[in-house]
Design a protein around this ligand. Sequence first.
Ligand SMILES: Nc1nc2c(ncn2[C@@H]2O[C@H](COP(=O)(O)OP(=O)(O)O)[C@@H](O)[C@H]2O)c(=O)[nH]1
Ligand SMILES: [Mg+2]
Ligand SMILES: [Zn+2]
Length: 378
Amino acid sequence: MTVPPPQHPAPRDLKICPYCLNHLDWSDYGELPLVKDTPEGPEVLTRTPDESETRWLHRTLGAMRQCRGNGEPHLLPVDYGDLDPLIIGLVGATAAGKTHLLTAMIAQLERRRAMLAQELRIEPLDGRLRQRFYEERIRPFLERHEVLPSTRAGQAEFVYALRVSSRQTGRSHAVGFFDVPGEHFTGHRYDETPFMSVADAVIYVADGDKLKVGDAWNPWVPDPGFTHAITQLRRTRASGDGRLPPAVIVVAKSDVLNGLDDDDTVTRWLGRPDENTLDDLRSMRQESRDAYTFLNRHGAELWLEPFDSAAAPITIHFASASGVSQRDPSERVFPDEDFGPQRVLRPLLSLFSMAGLVPRIAVDEPDGPMDEASRLFY
Ligand SMILES: Nc1nc2c(ncn2[C@@H]2O[C@H](COP(=O)(O)OP(=O)(O)O)[C@@H](O)[C@H]2O)c(=O)[nH]1
Ligand SMILES: [Mg+2]
Ligand SMILES: [Zn+2]
């Protein structure tokens, strides 16, 4: 389907609200008031004529901007409209591993920021989101090794947001992540995933555990739930050229595939010590090619649908958020032994590279002639 070009393109300084998709005029404090979240609900802040600058700045510390939405007001990070947005959507079926992966990815990005400092300056964009993310996700999962609860349905909002200043673009970007329950991607409704209509990058997450049954390969690998999101992306691109945003496909929980007999692809990649710097991304085309072949060989063609239909740069990655499985699914904790994220940062750095925030990585070319597939890998 070809999408007609938009009739009224948004002027450059207008941003689109990722929650309600209305235009935002960031200079208009009447439309988008400064508010403070209080236990009684959001309190609108206005400056009194005789209020000193210092007191006003102090009072508005930690404030947010409120968008009226379509009758359902919501809060946005206070600097959101002053930055170039980069909206990242996580897509995948329920229990695929999205929430644990994102938690490990963000924690790793923040820990490694000194190593990336030449290219990127990374700071949290919103103190309230940061605190919630640390208390509800990073501490329980990465410090106490607890299994996180499944993501609740609710209004889709940023689960985390970063301010990323890029040497390459010379600009500051508001990088916001959406993580919603998998059911939102399997029903034939689009109201719960408005952010996908403005997503600038996508992380498709497929459950590595579904490739096997017991100790054998699964003869009937289930649908990872990507189709719905791909349709939404394809039909809502305002550019009208049908080109989808850059994306990564992540084989989550890859730890469970480690050592499975007769195919050592995952073992080889998971065991590599390259993971945390931009230079380590040099091998990503090779990894994508290996993963593509691996997924085809084991009946997971449906996992490659973003790749086949996208005409956009894509890389494929093996990753594990916890590095280990629970001993018993009823236990809500991972074993301490061998616990630790593996290769979770690579997909995100690959996305940053495809989105232009870091220089295009000079990839190590795989041996032998390039096949049709690897021409599409970033
Ligand atoms: N072995 C293993 N299990 C994982 C990993 N990440 C998540 N899990 C398991 O998969 C379940 C679902 O993960 P979750 O991140 O909540 O999936 P989501 O519904 O896609 O957000 C968790 O409750 C864990 O039991 C991983 O990296 N390795
Ligand atoms: Mg989740
Ligand atoms: Zn809005």
